[in-house]
Design a protein around this ligand. Sequence first.
Ligand code: SAH
Length: 393
Amino acid sequence: MEIIKIILKSGKDQSVRRYHPWIFSGAIKKIYGEPVEGDLVDVYDNKDEFLAKGHYQPGSIAVRILSFKDVIIDKDFFAGRIRSALEYRRSLGLLAPGNTNAYRLVHAEGDNLPGLIIDCYSGVAVMQMHSVGMYRVRHEIAGLLKDIMGDELKAVYDKSEGTIPFMSGVTASNGFLHGASDPVIVTENGFKFRIDWTTGQKTGFFIDQRENRKLLGEYTKGRRVLNMFGYTGGFSVYAMKDAELVHTVDSSGPAIDMADENIRLNFGDDPRHRSFKTDAFGYLNDIKDKYDLIILDPPAFAKHNNVLANALQGYKRLNIKAIEQIRPGGIIFTFSCSQVVTRENFRKSVFAAAANTGRSVRILHQVSQPPDHPVSIYHPESEYLKGLVLYVE
Ligand code: SAH
């Protein structure tokens, strides 16, 4: 097979030499061959020195780098990367049998596998491919998961329908690549959640908030809790442990149903919990002094840099409403999961919101994503989740 060679412009090799895993189209001087989306390509500097190998895609990010070494990208290559991802999580104690069996096994660039996400729910692996290159090797990867995880793995589900770049013309359809399973009930820090990967957002659950939910649990005792953008009720379940009341708000009906079901799974029909299917911004117009713990975990307000300013305004508006109306001595868990919003920018938005209200606000914690969503030090963009825990006097 003809090897497609991409030559970078002078000076554009610098970021590759610092192991950044993306090559932007503007950095390319010449392409030898006619790659189609998903092809493996070799990248060279303008003096013809080898730099990296990766998956090609036409678009702003032209190459997602798989290796900075001139190795063969085959089944063994992917097996090595998956073993490394598994070993890393094992060393953190995440795979030990115990009170958590939902974790992220592969976090794209954070695990040196750009374009690939794998979440594990009690023996069911849910894969989400974000590039055509990874989509093409999905069967190989599903087979490797089976080989590497053995009996631990019951099924592999592919949920790439909504994540393959739509411009690619490749149509993915969701379904099992290996085995089959009904929805499962996982345990997270001792709490139960029903996971249905076929519906809903991401792979069915926001695993990335696990540690922040645990932290929340330290502050809920006797409080009146409002969980905005509640989705499957992750934060609400933790709060129900010892809060006076918990209200879950989400604009999606199926999300509210799932949240209710998860509350029932852990606490039965407990009148302390109520859910509201309604728009968050409208709901927040009239909550004065009703709550003393508020969680704000909205969807990504900015998916692209060109809407960054609007997104920052959105975070500011949302946080003003909460900071303004929370009871004295209240606590706010506020998050941004937009990749293009930096930690600094998010903090500035929340600062601007606080200043707008004039209330005294202290930062109790600055939080992020858990270690099964690792950030490669060479790829700061993989740090997407940032949060602040505030004390409002
Ligand atoms: N906190 C959740 C994840 C939130 S995902 C967890 O820990 O699992 C974002 C949620 O916001 C989705 O469930 C989506 O339905 C909801 N949402 C989006 N826009 C909304 C709006 N304007 N008002 C209320 N909910 C909204």
